[in-house]
Design a protein around this ligand. Structure first.
Ligand SMILES: *Cc1c(COP(=O)(O)O)cnc(C)c1O
Length: 382
């Protein structure tokens, strides 16, 4: 090991306003899962994303749980989900006693393969076995190809839920990430593009869905002077204190996106010519109407062309106290989902086998990037 300072994959990057906003919460005694920061945060995300209704929650996972439940998912239903993702995309399916079915990604975007999805939905419709909902993930900050995905889901009347946990600030054909499904979720966990230490958001144009979600997220209290409940609720509401942090972070979101995009470009400039190294394909348009947030910079190391493997690079970085991680292990390869049906799977398996996520935090200096680049170049003999 080394005494070099730790370089994290994606640490929090706090701006100039968060502390003042938290102090305001203390000064006004709004230390509760209710208060002015919470309402302001919801309104700000609503106007940023261009979605009418928003609900701030304790996590992105909680938001997805409510989105699925309020899309009518019940025990025994099928819910289809991108396989190349974090467990937070799939666990809520299990919370509801539903059956996950995982679906492979396409080479072009690393997101849910629209052709595969459309064909599988057509097949399922013929056998009257349509899923109740489909969870599509915007991987590493890049939107999935929603035009054909939305068309396939609406043709079959299947609810589309967008998992935009990694994609706040991204766009697809002029619309913001988070605006493509019946509902969408964001995460403000510590490693995400902006953070309030832990938090999430459910967004939808469906006023009734958000109203019901708000009710369920606060223990489903009926309007009565005594505590009365007609449904099982959850304690999922975000704290007003954390909403203060989140509001400060929202003010610097665009800076954070631009910083991550710049870091990605520097890695590409300096590593793109090495044998066997390629980057996550970018679906960005030149006019900016489609853009990734580049939450993480991710490379593929082709073992047939590169003198080293992705795992060897990861170990070299780890030895120098640099955190790098494999691409998400596909859900259909997870022990907890053993035996689950998967539609396709070989693309995500290869991306996992050869993939490596590089440190991508928006506070990284040029020297930090050169440290990572230098370690990779030296290991590869350059
Ligand atoms: C982080 C993440 C989640 C879960 O969000 P939390 O706020 O950590 O619960 C869900 N899906 C994806 C793709 C994520 O990256």
């Amino acid at each position: 090991m080394t005494d070099r300072p730790r370089l994290y994959l994606s640490p929090p990057h706090i701006g100039d306003h968060e502390l003042a906003l938290v102090k305001e919460a203390f000064a006004t005694n709004w230390i509760a899962p209710i208060g002015p920061h919470l309402e302001a945060f919801e309104a700000e995300v609503s106007s940023l994303v261009g979605i009418r209704h928003t609900l701030a929650l304790v996590s992105g996972t909680a938001a997805l749980h409510l989105a699925l439940q309020l899309s009518g998912v019940r025990p025994g239903d099928e819910v289809w989900c991108s396989t190349l993702t974090f467990a937070g995309s799939a666990n809520p399916i299990a919370y509801l006693g539903a059956t996950p079915v995982f679906i492979d990604c396409e080479e072009h975007s690393w997101n849910c393969d629209p052709g595969l999805l459309a064909q599988a939905l057509d097949d399922a419709a013929r056998h009257s076995r349509l899923p109740k909902a489909v969870v599509v993930v915007d991987l590493y900050g890049q939107c999935a190809d929603y035009e054909p995905i939305v068309a396939a889901c609406s043709r079959h009347g299947v609810a589309l839920i967008e998992d935009a946990a990694e994609a706040l600030g991204a766009r697809y054909r002029g619309k913001s990430a988070g605006s493509f499904g019946r509902a969408a979720i964001f995460s403000f966990n510590g490693n995400k593009i902006i953070t309030c230490s832990g938090g999430g958001m459910l967004v939808s144009d469906d006023v009734e869905l958000i109203r019901h979600a708000r009710h369920l997220s606060t223990q489903a209290r009926d309007p009565a002077p005594w505590y009365q409940h007609s449904e099982i609720g959850y304690n999922y509401r975000l704290s007003n204190v954390l909403a203060g942090i989140a509001r400060g972070q929202l003010r610097v979101l665009e800076d954070r996106v631009l910083a991550r995009r710049r870091i990605n470009r520097m890695y590409q400039d300096q590593l793109g010519a090495l044998p066997g190294i390629t980057f996550m394909p970018m679906t960005d348009s030149s006019d900016g109407t489609t853009r990734s947030s580049r939450w993480l910079t991710v490379i593929q190391v082709d073992p047939a062309l590169s003198p080293v493997t992705a795992e060897e690079l990861r170990l070299v970085l780890t030895e120098d106290n640099v955190e790098a991680r494999p691409v998400w292990k596909p859900m259909h390869l997870q022990p907890v989902f053993a035996g689950t049906r998967v539609i396709g799977g070989s693309v995500s398996e290869r991306l996992f086998a050869n993939g490596l996520c590089l440190p991508s935090g928006s506070a990284m200096s040029n020297a930090d990037i050169e440290r990572v680049v230098g370690l990779i170049q030296r290991k590869m003999g350059y």
